[in-house]
Write a protein that binds this ligand. Structure first.
Ligand code: AHM
Ligand code: MG
Length: 334
């Protein structure tokens, strides 16, 4: 007789369907939309796992709108995200780190009421050296009012209006972490069955950690508040002398911070007053996940989710982490 596993597995698709039942008016379109993201991320991870075989490593030869050299996998991941989302009739508009302008969907129906904003492959300079990379996404609903007839305006909403956000880390395993505003849940891709299976239910960021995560090479150019903060953590102001961990892939650095606590930051520098990370598809989804897990995310002055965006590729400083470190950071504000 077949021995059944101890606990039935819960796939992300089942979880999304259960979450959707909280909204009686939901038509099923939203879960179909999210399944586009899970499908795209399975295809992306399959290529990431093959990096080094075939001809998928290295630069694609083009720069994206931010002047960064696109990797072949950036281009592949972007194409896959657009392909798998654009056939969902609920999607009205897509915006990506890799495209200068938002991509409008050809189906102009009343159901096309969602905007999806994503970074298809974050940390892609790490691909060629076999270090973790990821995908981030943020979803808005079409706001009501004639001033929102132009779908571009659906994208420039405060992060508080996100109806879902998440990320995928292509690390030692592939994990998708997402929220629809009802807690944070993590699903690990089981390669044996090809499905994302619940592995981390109702994730909570520890109140305090023992690492900070920042590119310290720039520290002489950080504002005083940031330098004092990092010095204080090193000195043991919070009761423990902090160590440092920095991968250089935001999703991977944040994922560790979510699980272990601590703080991840990309501060402003004297050369780049807004740091490097982008508000809409990097800081916003990370901030929503962090807050849902009990953490805090700011741009050094105000809550990330309260920032009114003005442009798709706008940058913002980001400081995100456990409550204790974030209280300390905010107590040092000038
Ligand atoms: P990307 O979206 O072009 O990959 O850039 C974002 C990445 C983040 O993942 C990471 O936190 C940061 O760039 C690292 O930048 P730096 O090399 O300046 O530390
Ligand atoms: Mg990125």
């Amino acid at each position: 007789m077949l021995k059944s596993p101890e606990k039935p597995t819960l796939t992300i698709q089942q979880h999304i369907l259960t979450e959707q039942q909280r909204f009686p008016e939901a038509s099923g379109e939203f879960s179909f939309l999210l399944s586009g993201i899970t499908l795209a991320s399975k295809l992306i991870q399959a290529q990431v796992r093959r990096a080094g075989l075939g001809n998928i490593l290295g630069a694609a030869g083009e720069e994206n709108v931010q002047g960064e050299l696109q990797q072949k996998l950036d281009v592949y991941a972007n194409d896959v995200m657009i392909d798998k989302l654009s056939c969902r009739r609920s999607v009205g508009i897509l915006a990506s780190e890799e495209n200068e302008c938002a991509v409008m969907m050809p189906h102009d129906t009343a159901d096309a009421s969602y905007a999806v904003i994503f970074d298809p492959l974050d940390g892609s300079s790490n691909i060629d050296v076999n270090v973790s990379v990821g995908t981030t996404f943020s979803i808005f609903r079409r706001p009501v009012g004639p001033q929102y007839d132009d779908p571009n305006t659906w994208i420039l909403q405060n992060g508080t209006q996100q109806i879902a956000a998440g990320y995928v880390v292509y690390g030692s395993s592939t994990i998708m972490v997402y929220t629809v505003g009802n807690g944070v849940h993590g699903f690990t891709l089981d390669p044996a069955v090809g499905a994302f299976v619940m592995s981390h239910e109702n994730m909570k960021m520890p109140e305090q950690g023992k690492y900070y995560s920042v590119n310290e090479a720039y520290r002489d150019n950080f504002p005083t508040q940031y330098r004092t903060f990092l010095e204080g953590l090193r000195r043991g102001e919070l009761g423990t002398k902090y160590g440092s961990r920095y991968i250089g892939s935001m999703v991977a650095d944040f994922h560790r911070t979510l699980l272990r606590g601590g703080v991840f930051l990309y501060p402003p520098t004297s050369d780049h007053a807004n740091g490097k990370l982008r508000l809409l598809y990097e800081a916003n989804p990370i901030a929503m996940i962090a807050e849902q897990a009990g953490g805090v995310a700011t741009n050094g002055k105000s809550r990330i989710l309260d920032i009114k965006p003005e442009a798709i590729h706008q940058r913002t400083p980001l400081v995100v982490g456990s409550r204790k470190e974030m209280d300390y950071f905010q107590s040092l504000s000038e």
